[in-house]
Design a protein around this ligand. Structure first.
Ligand SMILES: Nc1ncnc2c1ncn2[C@@H]1O[C@H](COP(=O)(O)OP(=O)(O)OP(=O)(O)O)[C@@H](O)[C@H]1O
Length: 274
């Protein structure tokens, strides 16, 4: 991947929200063809970082380039697909799945849908397995299906870079696997992906690099953590009643540091007697 164009280049990014510094000097590069997972405990700044990268929250310091252009009107926004963290669909504002997906073709000064939008909308819904629900109101869809509609809204743009914020949170296992299969096909076709995850889950085979945040800083950028056999996920952050006592032999080396980065409780909280 070295030498491939940098689709994301964030340098010394700081973001302050509500008077608190949430991001404290993030450097992150994503090159064309990469699939990068953004991991970290709750509140470590993952969503804030992706929102800063796509220009939704302002930087207090630093810079972000996408596709070699600084954030701003000259940027080729149509090459970007962004899937926000799902929030409940507002009731009282009925819109069909295909209307939501078609809205992904607007923006960048475009007020009318392009020719062929219907076919592209159905194609995008088909990618997430919802072509047969195109005319259903999103309010009738389950939470996981609404999430898939948002993914289709990003894919309808046929983006080169897809930024997803916890796309499979609350989605059942078969749907996660279907999503992973779709992503695999798109990545084979050249899609570059930056994805916020709580655990690698079904996407694990696709993830070649993981960036781990802690308290608004990058604490790991490299090989994805291996899922432990005893824990379903790598970013679980509760304090384990079965944590090792001080006398236990914890494995030394980078893996320990990574585990601690993902699990602040493991390294800082006082151990509870079990
Ligand atoms: N608009 C805001 N105003 C003030 N603080 C905010 C705002 N948005 C986020 N924060 C704070 O920034 C911190 C990081 O939040 P963020 O959502 O980026 O974390 P995260 O790693 O994505 O967490 P999660 O895994 O729970 O989604 C949190 O402490 C959050 O409360």
């Amino acid at each position: 991947m070295t030498g491939a164009p940098e689709l994301v280049a964030a340098r010394d990014v700081h973001v302050t929200l509500g008077g608190s510094e949430i991001l404290r000097g993030i450097d992150l590069t994503v090159r064309s063809g990469e699939v990068v997972a953004l991991l970290g405990a709750n509140g470590s700044g993952k969503s804030t970082l992706v929102r800063a990268l796509v220009g939704i929250v302002p930087l207090s310091h630093g810079s972000v380039d996408l596709f070699g252009e600084p954030l701003g009107p000259r940027l080729p926004w149509r090459r970007l697909g962004y899937v926000p963290q799902r929030v409940a669909a507002p009731s009282g504002m009925p819109s069909t799945a295909s209307e939501v997906v078609a809205s992904g073709l607007l923006g960048g000064g475009r007020l009318r849908l392009p020719r062929g939008w219907r076919d592209r909308t159905v194609e995008a819904l088909d990618l997430v397995g919802l072509a047969d629900r195109a005319d259903d109101s999103t309010a009738e869809l389950s939470g996981g299906q609404q999430q898939r509609v948002l993914i289709a809204r990003a894919l309808v743009r046929r983006p080169d870079l897809l930024v997803l914020d916890e796309p499979v949170a609350g989605v059942d296992k078969p749907s996660q696997e279907a999503f992973a299969a779709t992503m695999t096909r798109l990545v084979e076709d050249g899609l570059t992906v930056l994805v916020v995850l709580h655990e690698l889950g079904a996407l694990a085979p696709l993830i070649e690099r993981a960036v781990v945040l802690r308290h608004g800083r990058v604490v790991h950028d490299g090989a994805p953590p291996r899922a432990s056999s005893t824990h379903a996920g790598v970013t679980h952050q509760h304090l384990h009643p079965h944590e090792p006592s001080d006398g236990d032999n914890r494995p030394a080396g980078p893996e320990t540091g990574l585990t601690d980065a993902l699990n602040p409780a493991a390294s800082h909280a006082p151990r509870t007697a079990s």
